[in-house]
Design a binder for this molecule. Structure first.
Ligand code: PLP
Length: 418
């Protein structure tokens, strides 16, 4: 992928370049709250329905127009000559992998392109030997299906899953690490921990915790679904201090959906067990993990275009914008809807708030609230059930505007106190 392709596209009429972000440009609202100034041209970079407030970038991302077009060109190429396309695909994937690795500070021989974190965690869990009565550690902030994959793997091996309960209000990473380390026993084999948690948008797998687990002989699998693009990532030539590190590119790194990375630390590389056997099996890691026969590889080939766009906008400035806007949204939810802020992960374009006791404590109630917000406010958010009051997460991306959070806050004040 040449970086010039999207630059040309960005200059075409109807697809304007965003102005460079100005992270410290703020507008003061009537309520006196700081609001990051929108980045000019940013809303035209997406094809989102403009009538809807898309405050849930964290769940499925949104693919910018230049990346959509890049992928469309790749698909057209595939349809012009399927034989030629698939013949060359493994080498092209290798080149795309090298670009993605460079963007994440990693080494392309230690990282495989995969479809999503769900898949990557399954590969990691499948690759680690587990014996009877061994323990797999997870937390109650983990992504539901990741926890269930750990449960399935443990059950098959006669091992057990131990879920560490952490208060959503735990003040900082140290308090979280203390809880996790207190649960480690001599039988703890694997810990599956989030770099950024899905329901609560906070960090569990800090470098200090990963190092402490490693020193106790615990294999670490880091669910970094929200990290690429959202936080500065430096895989440091390995797996970010973990044994396995899995991150989505289709959330915050502007890649088309079904693009993710699995980084694996050296000792595990020969032992990585792909979910499917393929023609590339004998080529070893990462090719044996990447190739899955006839498949649409265009999200991976277009992933470098997502990073190129991120850099063109200015990754740091964009993060500052998203962080500031998410903080603004959280403040509105506290001040206007009376909700309680959860501790934040600084620099992240996501924030969470606690709903009142009795609201969204069960799965069906959390879903019902999301549906109500969607129907009555035309707003997309994430709500996860939690005992003592569900957790509501908002995201901020360059297409979002302060007034969308105001609409949510005022609407929620009516919905949750009704
Ligand atoms: C923390 C976390 N892990 C895993 C996933 C699953 O991602 P995917 O559906 O792309 O596999 C998500 C999705 O939102 C997530 O937030």
């Amino acid at each position: 992928m040449s970086h010039n392709i999207w630059m040309v596209e960005m200059s075409t009429p109807g697809n304007p370049r965003p102005a460079p972000a100005r992270p410290d440009a703020r507008t003061d609202g009537a309520d006196g709250a700081d609001r990051p100034a929108p980045l000019r041209g940013s809303s035209t970079l997406f094809t989102l329905d403009p009538g809807t407030a898309h405050l849930n970038h964290g769940s499925y991302g949104a693919v910018p127009v230049p990346v959509q077009r890049h992928q469309a060109r790749l698909r057209a190429e595939m349809e012009r000559d399927p034989d030629g396309f698939f013949l060359e695909a493994p080498d092209r994937i290798g080149r795309a992998r090298a670009e993605v690795a460079a963007a994440l500070g990693g080494d392309p021989s230690r990282l495989a392109l995969i479809t999503n974190v769900t898949e990557g965690v399954a590969i990691a869990l499948d690759s680690v030997p587990l014996g009877e009565r061994d323990q797999v550690l997870v937390t109650d902030h983990g992504y539901g299906v990741v926890t269930r994959a750990a449960e399935r793997r443990a059950t098959e091996a006669g091992a057990v899953v131990r879920c560490v309960r952490i208060s959503p209000h735990a003040p900082d990473g140290e308090a979280v690490a203390e809880r996790v380390l207190a649960a480690v026993t001599p039988r703890t084999k694997v810990a599956v921990l989030d770099l950024v948690t899905s329901p609560t948008a906070r960090a569990v797998a800090t470098p200090a915790l990963l190092a402490a687990l490693r020193s106790r002989g615990v294999v670490t699998v880091v669910d970094a679904a929200h990290a690429p693009g959202a936080l500065p990532v430096d895989l440091g030539g390995a797996a970010g201090g973990a044994d396995f590190w899995v991150g989505n590119l289709h959330k915050w790194a502007f890649a088309p959906r079904a693009a993710a990375v699995l980084a694996v630390d050296r000792p595990w590389r020969p032992r990585v067990r792909p979910l499917v056997f393929s023609w590339e099996h004998d080529r070893g890691f990462p090719r044996r993990v990447e190739w899955r026969g006839t498949f649409d590889y265009t999200p991976w080939l277009a992933a470098p275009a997502g990073f190129a766009l991120l850099n063109r906008i200015g990754a740091e400035q964009l993060r500052a914008h998203n962080d500031g806007l998410a903080a603004h949204g959280q403040r509105l939810l506290v001040e206007r809807a009376g909700l309680r802020a959860l501790p934040e992960l600084p620099g992240l374009g996501m924030r969470a708030v606690r709903l009142p006791p009795g609201v969204a404590e069960q799965e069906h109630a959390a879903k019902a609230l999301m549906v109500a917000v969607r129907r009555t406010l035309d707003t997309r958010i994430a709500v996860r059930p939690w005992q003592g009051g569900g957790v509501l997460r908002i995201s901020a991306q360059l297409y979002n505007r302060p007034e969308e959070y105001l609409r949510l806050a005022d609407g929620l004040a009516r919905l949750v106190t009704r």
